[in-house]
Design a protein around this ligand. Structure first.
Ligand SMILES: *[C@@H]1O[C@H](CO)[C@@H](O)[C@H](O)[C@H]1NC(C)=O
Ligand SMILES: *[C@@H]1O[C@H](CO)[C@@H](O)[C@H](O)[C@H]1NC(C)=O
Length: 457
C-alpha cells in the first residue's frame, strides 16, 4: 500500500429496498438549521497563455463528513464523534430525513482561514481531526477541472508539517453538484460538501448516495472520531500532492467504474479501484537528497508545484500519456528528480505507464494500475472533469509511514521501495501527534491552471 486513505462514501441497492418498504415520501439528507453556511472566499487564476491569467473569486466548502449533523427539528445531534443516535437514525432513509448538515464556523471550529489567494488548514484535533475542503465555482457547484493537455499549479508551505501529518491536494471524479440531482434524497448538495469519493472506496462516509451509512456501522477500534458502515464510495482519483516537510508523492488511482460509484461491504476492498495507485515519491525512487528541509526542493519555505497532464497528440482530444512534475522555488524551475532504483530506467522522472510497470516490478508491488487501464483510464476522468479537494490529516491505519517512513513497517528497510522518507516507525502515531502537533498547519496558495507553460515562469 503506497497510498492513503482519504475518506469514503455509498449505494443504490439500498434505495431500491427502501422503496420496497414504502418509504418513498419525504426523506433526504437535509440542510440543517443550526448555523448558516458561509464559504471562505479563495482567489484562483485561470490562465490562457504565459502571464495571461484571469482571477476568479472562487470559494471552498467543508466536506460534509466533517460537519455537525443535527435533528432538523431539535438541537439533538444525530452523530456523536463516532456513533449514530439510534432514535434519529434507526435506518438509512429515516436518518437522512431526520438529520441536517449544518453550516460551520470555519476559522473557529476547523482552523480553516483564507486570505486572497491563500488557504490555511490547521491540524485541528478533538471531535474532528484535520479537515477537507472542495473548491467551488458557485454556491451549488464544485469547480470542475478538465486538465488534458493542461497544467495545474499551486504553492504550498509545509514548513509547519511534521512527520505523521499530511497535506493533500487531489482531483476526484465527483459529481459537480455533490450528487444532488442523481440522488434526490440529498437535499444538501455541493454547498454542504456532499458526494465525496476516491479510489480508496472508504466506508467511513456518514452519507452516500443520499442516505445515511448506518447499516453495519462500527466505530473504529482505534480512531475515536471515525467508524465504517456497509457502504463506500469509489471513483478515479489523482493525488496531485501528498506531503509534509519530510516527504512528498503524487499518484494516479484508476477504477473500473466511471464517476462516483457506491460499493458495498467486501466489494469496497481494492476491487473496483486501485487503492495503491502508481506513485512517484522522489525519496522512495532513490533520491533522498531531493526534497526536504534545506534540500534541492527546500520544504522550510513555500514551494510551487507544477503538474502537467501531457497527451499523445499534445491536444485536449488526445489520451493522457504522462503526468509530469516540476517545481519552482526562488524563481528557479527545478525538474523532478530522476529515478535512482535498480530495475527502473534512470532516465524516468514522471508517471507514465512504462514507469508504473517498471516500478511495480522493481519494488514487488501487485500491479492493479495496469489491470485497471493505467493512464488511459485517468485520461477519461480528466476529460470528463474532476473536483479539487484540499486536506490536512493524520493516518490511523498506517501512521502515514507509506509517505514519510519505512513501509510496510515489517519489511527490510533496504529492500527497494520500502524507505519512503526519514520519519521513524513511531513518528506518526495519531494519539501522540494529535496532542504534540496540534499546531501543525499547511498553507496552499496561488492555485492556477491553463495550457502547458502558462501558469509559471
Ligand atoms: C492577508 O494578506 C495580506 C497580503 O499578504 C496581508 O497583508 C494581511 O495581513 C493578511 N490578512 C490576514 C487577516 O491574514
Ligand atoms: C537527486 O536529485 C538532484 C536534483 O535532480 C541531483 O542533483 C542528485 O544527483 C540526485 N541524487 C541522486 C542520488 O540521484
Amino acid at each position: 500500500m503506497s497510498s492513503l486513505l482519504h475518506l469514503r462514501l455509498p449505494p443504490a441497492s439500498v434505495l431500491a429496498s427502501l422503496c420496497l418498504l414504502g418509504l418513498g415520501a419525504v426523506y433526504g439528507q437535509q440542510v440543517g438549521t443550526e448555523m448558516p453556511e458561509i464559504h471562505p472566499i479563495l482567489t484562483t487564476q485561470q490562465c490562457s497563455a504565459p502571464g495571461v491569467c484571469t482571477a476568479r473569486q472562487s470559494s471552498v466548502t467543508l466536506d460534509s463528513n466533517w460537519r455537525p449533523l443535527h435533528s432538523v427539528s431539535s438541537p439533538t445531534s444525530c452523530f456523536n464523534c463516532n456513533s449514530w443516535d439510534s432514535t434519529l437514525c434507526p435506518d438509512p432513509a429515516t436518518c437522512a430525513s431526520n438529520c441536517g448538515l449544518d453550516g460551520v464556523d470555519y476559522a473557529g471550529s476547523y482552523g480553516i482561514t483564507s486570505n486572497g489567494s491563500s488557504l490555511a488548514l490547521q491540524f485541528v484535533t478533538g471531535c474532528n481531526v484535520g479537515s477537507r475542503v472542495f473548491l467551488m465555482s458557485s454556491s451549488s457547484q464544485y469547480q470542475i477541472f478538465t486538465l488534458l493537455n493542461q497544467e495545474f499549479t499551486f504553492t504550498v508551505d509545509m514548513s509547519h508539517l511534521e512527520c505523521g501529518v499530511n497535506a493533500g491536494l487531489y482531483l476526484l471524479e465527483m459529481d459537480a453538484d455533490g450528487g444532488r440531482a442523481k440522488f434526490p434524497t440529498n437535499k444538501a448538495g455541493a454547498n454542504y460538501g456532499t458526494g465525496y469519493c476516491d479510489a480508496q472506496c472508504g466506508q467511513d462516509a456518514k452519507f452516500t448516495n443520499g442516505i445515511a451509512n448506518v447499516l453495519d456501522w462500527t466505530p473504529s477500534p482505534t480512531d475515536p472520531v471515525s467508524g465504517t458502515g456497509l457502504f463506500g464510495s469509489c471513483c478515479n482519483s489523482i493525488d496531485v500532492w501528498q506531503g509534509n516537510m519530510h516527504s512528498a508523492a503524487y499518484s494516479a488511482h484508476p477504477c473500473s467504474v466511471a464517476g462516483q460509484t457506491q460499493c458495498s461491504g467486501a466489494q469496497c476492498d481494492n476491487s473496483l479501484c486501485d487503492a495503491d495507485g502508481c506513485d512517484f515519491n522522489p525519496w522512495r525512487m532513490g533520491n533522498t537528497s531531493f526534497l526536504g528541509p534545506g534540500k534541492v526542493v527546500d520544504t522550510t519555505i513555500p514551494l510551487t508545484v507544477v503538474t502537467q497532464f501531457i497527451t499523445n497528440t499534445n491536444t485536449a482530444t488526445g489520451t493522457l500519456t504522462e503526468i509530469r512534475r516540476l517545481y519552482v522555488q526562488n524563481g528557479k524551475v527545478i525538474q523532478n528528480a530522476n529515478v535512482n532504483l535498480p530495475g527502473i530506467p534512470a532516465s524516468l522522472n514522471s508517471i507514465t505507464d512504462n514507469f508504473c510497470a517498471a516500478q511495480k516490478t522493481a519494488v514487488g508491488d501487485p500491479d492493479r494500475f495496469e489491470a485497471l487501464g493505467g493512464l488511459a483510464t485517468m485520461s477519461a476522468a480528466l476529460k470528463k472533469g474532476m473536483v479539487l479537494a484540499l486536506s490536512i490529516r493524520d493516518d490511523y491505519t498506517n501512521d502515514l509511514l507509506w509517505l514519510d517512513g519505512n513501509f510496510p513497517p515489517t519489511a527490510l528497510p533496504t529492500a527497494p521501495g520500502v524507505s519512503r522518507g526519514p520519519c521513524s516507525a513511531s513518528s506518526g502515531n495519531p494519539e501522540v501527534i494529535e496532542d504534540s502537533q496540534a499546531n501543525d498547519f499547511v498553507v496552499f496558495s496561488n492555485i492556477k491552471w491553463g495550457p502547458i507553460g502558462s501558469t509559471f515562469s
